[in-house]
Design a protein around this ligand. Structure first.
Ligand code: ZN
Length: 180
């Protein structure tokens, strides 16, 4: 294709005619160039999306879980068993909302978890929406992992309630995160 293009160019150059066709070819060539650059740029962008997400959108927030009503406003007093959504009131007073479809929020139905100061590692989905990566508690400046354990099945789960395997009650555990 390129060979033909150069043949055309030199032929037109020699005879000095058919300039319409020539400019058409030139246009097509520059379009081809632009497309190649686009493809190159997008392949660079595709090569490292995970890094850019982590660098720009990852946040670590400390605060306490609040239950939200249908309008996304924090409820005062007790949380119902199944609130419309959960949020996080950060220690500096900012309100974040968790995605309702985020299964990691199941642990917030446990009043023991809501009673603790938490450290949430998350990805921001819009200015105040958080998608959870990790939930930890904070006690006297130290971090703890929160989970439920079934001794019978030796299974760890992050959802309160019965063990998915043997249907026995799981045990709530809070273990200190090893110091680096
Ligand atoms: Zn079990």
């Amino acid at each position: 294709m390129l060979e033909n293009y150069f043949k055309l160019l030199s032929r037109d150059g020699l005879h000095g005619r058919d300039s319409k066709k020539r400019s058409m070819m030139r246009f097509r060539f520059s379009l081809f160039e632009a497309l190649s650059i686009l493809v190159l740029l997008s392949s660079v962008a595709v090569a490292r999306p995970a890094v850019s997400i982590q660098q720009t959108d990852r946040v670590v927030v400390r605060g306490r879980v609040v239950c939200l009503n249908e309008q996304g406003k924090p409820l005062t007093g007790d949380c119902p068993d199944l609130p419309s959504a959960f949020g996080l009131k950060s220690n500096d007073g900012k309100l974040y909302r968790f995605l309702t479809e985020d299964t990691a929020t199941a642990i917030f139905t446990d009043a023991r978890v809501r009673a603790r100061e938490l450290q949430i590692t998350a990805v921001t989905r819009s200015q105040d929406r958080l998608e959870i990566i990790k939930i930890q508690s904070v006690k006297e400046g130290k971090l703890y992992d929160l989970y439920y354990f079934c001794e019978v099945c030796n299974i760890i789960t992050y959802e309160p309630g019965l063990c998915m395997c043997c249907r026995e009650e799981t045990e709530f555990r809070e273990t200190p995160v090893p110091e680096p």
